[in-house]
Design a protein. Structure first.
Length: 146
């Protein structure tokens, strides 16, 4: 066994928590009529309306071809639309349709519910501190890695 327990290392722990949160979310998405992957793409588009498909792929660390399939699916479900960029008609920007608002509300509510369960043994003030610290870590990594 290594000197430091790898399961207690920050990166391993964060990845494991993300995997478990993702699994919990996936178990509850059937009512939304979207897959976990579709929900994730929809959420990123909602938070970055008007972004190009390639930009969403980069933000999510997903291959462009995979995003294309997911965007196609969301467009078919009438949850998003592609719109030509007025400066370059070859470029398509992504926008959330009005019908997506109910799905997005369901996504945000499920994420909130799962977070409440995951953090249930941590006092409210400590939860806020934890989220603030994790936000700081994210910001530092974005700044240092681009």
């Amino acid at each position: 066994m290594p000197k430091n327990d790898p399961t207690r290392l920050f990166g391993f722990l964060i990845h494991e928590i993300a995997r478990l949160l993702s699994r919990a979310f996936e178990q509850q998405t059937n009512e939304l009529n979207v897959t976990r992957e579709q929900a994730r793409v929809l959420a990123y588009i909602a938070m970055n309306e008007g972004a190009k498909q390639a930009d969403i792929a980069k933000l999510m660390d997903v291959q462009k071809i995979r995003i294309t399939k997911l965007v196609d699916d969301l467009e078919q479900l009438k949850l998003i639309r592609r719109q030509s960029d007025p400066d370059d008609r070859r470029v398509k920007k992504l926008y959330v349709e009005d019908d997506a608002q109910i799905v997005l509300e369901g996504i945000w509510q499920r994420l909130s519910d799962i977070s409440d369960i995951a953090l249930s043994s941590i006092p409210t003030q400590e939860r806020k501190k934890l989220v603030n610290h994790l936000s700081t870590v994210r910001d530092i990594l974005i700044e240092s890695n681009g």
